[in-house]
Ligand binder design. Structure first.
Ligand code: GRF
Length: 217
């Protein structure tokens, strides 16, 4: 590798289900909008469709099911070992259901991003479609998604990016979820690019985005 070619950062993606956000990450890479390579996809479930998406893109996959470990700490140790083996610089939680053990968060401080289908801090906690259903039940007129840094407190880490969508009078959980999901697919690869390119500063629970330098533009 020549000195002029910066190494492409290695990314791990943690999934549990459908994997549409994982697919959006691969799309971002293919379009040249996200400068990363997915070196590892970890699923908490062996039957997650996201694993097929990972394999179709040639990514290494691992199933680390928390229920096959005696404790969350032990599952966390297995995750840390896999991440270290894959030499990842950052981690994306893309529809990952289990709560990560604090040891994983400590091993990758400010290097783990999660996407949540509400405008945090509203409707924190709970997996999709719970936040979308809660937004409908509360009668809010605007909802959306949030990409945030993962800390030991669930859905409470520094906010990196948010996108709002209208809540329509005739919305169902499905129609609102679909509108929010389209924004998740746009925002997660973008926020990962900000993190991996070193544009994000994180301090006192807030994040700042540095302008693109002329060399990067
Ligand atoms: C997304 O709505 C995400 O915000 C939430 O779970 C859903 C996962 O969808 N955490 P997918 O597996 O990425 O399609």
């Amino acid at each position: 590798m020549s000195e002029e070619t910066p190494a492409v950062p290695a990314l791990a993606v943690l999934v549990s289900g459908r994997g549409s956000n994982l697919a959006a990450i691969f799309r971002g890479i293919e379009r040249g909008e996200l400068h990363a390579r997915v070196t590892l996809v970890i699923s908490s479930r062996a039957d997650a469709p996201a694993l097929d998406i990972a394999r179709q893109h040639g990514a290494e996959t691992r199933v680390i099911a928390p229920k096959s470990f005696a404790s969350r700490v032990e599952a966390g140790a297995a995750i840390i070992a896999a991440l270290q083996e894959a030499h990842v610089q950052a981690v994306a939680l893309a529809g990952y259901k289990p709560i990560l053990d604090a040891s994983v968060v400590e091993a990758y401080p400010n290097r783990i991003l999660n996407v949540h289908p509400s405008l945090l801090p509203a409707f924190a906690g709970g997996m999709a479609p719970r936040p979308q259903a809660d937004a409908l039940a509360a009668g809010v007129k605007v909802s959306g998604c949030t990409v945030h840094i993962v800390t030991a407190d669930v859905d409470a880490g520094p906010i990196v990016a948010q996108a709002a969508v209208p809540v329509l009078d005739d919305d169902t959980v499905e129609s609102l979820s679909a509108r929010i999901l389209a924004e998740e697919h746009r925002l997660l690869p973008l926020a990962l690019e900000w993190l991996l390119s070193g544009r994000l500063s994180i301090e006192h629970g807030h994040t700042w985005l540095a302008p693109v330098s002329p060399r990067q533009a």
